[in-house]
Design a protein around this ligand. Structure first.
Ligand code: ADP
Ligand code: ZN
Length: 519
């Protein structure tokens, strides 16, 4: 059967080889096993269910939450000569009925439906009479409440599958790889003895870097000018930033378009097309931009602000270099970004367990911005991929020439201060105590009488906070507990306090800093 799959890949799609993972997933589905494929956006999941749909007799049902994507997919399939259709709320009653009748006659190899349809008992019973070898569930994480994309209607999928006789194979796909979500998908979609494949998270052609403490606007202008022949995306957190940055670029003679949810449909469409067809090289956008965008030659993605979590970051950064050619992903970090994201969590999430979950994911993002290790290794580790290299040699942290500075003494001061404050406070207050700030809260708690009060007064408060963040990212300290998280010592820190281990910090070597400045 795999031979049949290979032949379809060549003859129908015109590709010579499967990508990493596609073959295993297709093979599992062809054996009629329930299968969960975890792959990043752009990883090539569509053919993972389309090819089995072509091999199996009958009609494969594809459940997809995005109306615009359904149309694109069906058009693309039509272009390949594959009979397919979609049914969703964009159709008139008559169109829907016509397509249902064609479907009942078995005219389609693939039928895309919106999940809301399955809430209708009538629709379910009509569909379940078809010959259905496979149900493919796109964006399967929508079944889980551990995310922002929860859709109640996804909960109807399991009962729908059970009433089809014989039971079809179920193939679920998602780009979200955290274990809570994975467990939810397996359980709530009632997957049976599912094969789980996580694949394609390592995008070798992407080079990652994080810049802290740079003047963001200066950097952006210089970068975009230096790369003015290239297409790039700049993501910012707020509509206002998008407006300001787009204006800044345009004022400097750069053809930049903008995209955010505050613009009208028409303007959004116009700007998006201008970017897709290379009339505008640069797109400045909020995270509203990108769902379903398949522009292959994006050479860089710059994050002007830190996003809310690693999933969001990797999805957005991953829009660079879809063509496999080298591309850059740069994140410009400032501490203010943490405040912005906390504010957004407070605004948008109400359930307390979910809130805690969001804060935890935010912390992983903050750690990414502070780690000294290979950024690619950090990413792959986060997404739980096995067999990855300890360092990639192609990211901001691997490429940097460093001088190592011993910061054991500073680390000991910080750790002992945290201990004396009974591990009950956040980064800001700890930094203030070490700095020796004269603020009222410190006096109220009597922290100005601690022996560690003011022991780092030669530093700025921000520099102390940066050091604390670094020590969190490096696993010496734990930061948890929602909106006002508390810093606690981990065993690694206790070893440092006992003088058993040293702490080193990588500092950009002087030579390189000078070169970067001349750039
Ligand atoms: P997603 O996982 O986001 O649904 P798609 O299925 O749309 O990704 O695939 C992303 C791109 O990769 C598409 O342009 C697709 O044609 C291309 N692609 C998928 N599989 C292969 C392959 N085996 N060889 C070459 N290109 C492929
Ligand atoms: Zn690296």
């Amino acid at each position: 059967m795999l031979n049949a799959a290979q032949e379809i890949l060549r003859k129908v799609y015109g590709y010579s080889t499967f990508r990493e993972g596609q073959e295993k997933i297709i093979n599992s589905i062809l054996q009629k096993r329930d299968t969960l494929g975890i792959m990043p956006t752009g990883g090539g999941k569509s053919i993972c269910y389309q090819i089995p749909a072509l091999v199996f007799p009958g009609t494969t049902i594809v459940i997809s939450p995005l109306i615009s994507l359904m149309k694109d997919q069906v058009d693309a399939l039509a272009g390949l000569g594959i009979p397919a259709a979609y049914i969703n709320s964009s159709l008139t009653q008559t169109e829907t009925e016509q397509r249902m009748q064609s479907a009942a006659r078995g005219e389609y190899k693939l039928l895309y439906i919106a999940p809301e349809r399955l809430e209708s008992e009538q629709f379910q019973s009509f569909l379940s009479a078809f010959n259905i070898p496979l149900v493919a569930v796109d964006e399967a994480h929508c079944v889980s409440q551990w995310g922002n994309d929860f859709r109640t209607s996804y909960l109807s999928i399991a009962s729908f599958v059970e009433r089809i006789n014989p039971r079809p194979a179920v193939a679920a796909f998602t780009a979200t790889a955290t274990s809570g979500v994975t467990q939810d998908i397996l359980r709530l979609l009632s997957l049976q003895n599912a094969e789980l494949y996580m694949t394609g998270f390592n995008r070798e052609n992407l080079s990652f870097s994080v810049l802290r403490g740079v003047n963001k606007k200066d950097f952006l202008l210089r970068y975009v000018k230096d790369n003015n022949e290239q297409a790039g995306i700049i993501y910012a957190s707020t509509r206002k930033d998008v407006e300001d940055l787009c204006k800044l670029l345009c004022d400097n003679g750069i053809a930049a378009a903008k995209y955010h949810a505050g613009l009208g449909d028409e303007e959004r469409k116009h700007n998006q097309d201008a970017f897709l067809y290379d009339d505008m090289r640069v797109m400045v956008a909020t995270n509203a931009f990108g769902m379903g965008i398949d522009k292959s030659n994006v050479r860089y993605v710059i994050h002007y602000n830190m996003p809310k979590n690693m999933e969001a970051y990797y999805q957005e950064a991953g829009r660079a270099g879809r063509d496999g050619e080298p591309a850059e992903c740069v994140l410009l970090f400032s501490p203010q970004d943490i405040q912005t994201q906390k504010f957004l969590i407070e605004q948008s999430v109400s359930a307390s367990d979910r809130k805690a979950h969001e804060y935890k994911k935010l912390q992983s993002m903050v750690d990414y911005c502070h780690t000294q290790e290979c950024l690619r290794a950090y990413i792959l580790n986060y997404f739980d991929e096995q067999d990855h290299l300890p360092s990639c040699g192609n990211c901001g942290n691997c490429n940097q020439e460093y001088d190592l500075t011993d910061i054991t003494i500073e680390a000991q001061k910080i750790f002992s201060c945290i201990r004396r404050m009974n591990e009950r406070f956040g980064i800001t207050l700890i930094a203030q105590v070490l700095k020796g700030s004269k603020n009222k809260r410190i006096a109220e708690f009597g922290f100005d009488r601690l022996s560690t009060y003011g022991v780092m007064q030669e530093y700025t408060e921000k520099a102390v906070a940066d050091l604390i963040n670094l020590l969190i990212a490096e696993g010496y300290l734990d930061l948890s507990g929602g909106q006002y998280p508390v810093v606690r010592l981990k065993p690694k820190a206790v070893d440092v306090l006992k003088g058993m281990t040293q702490v080193a910090r990588k500092v950009r070597s002087k030579k390189q800093t000078a070169q970067a400045g001349n750039h």
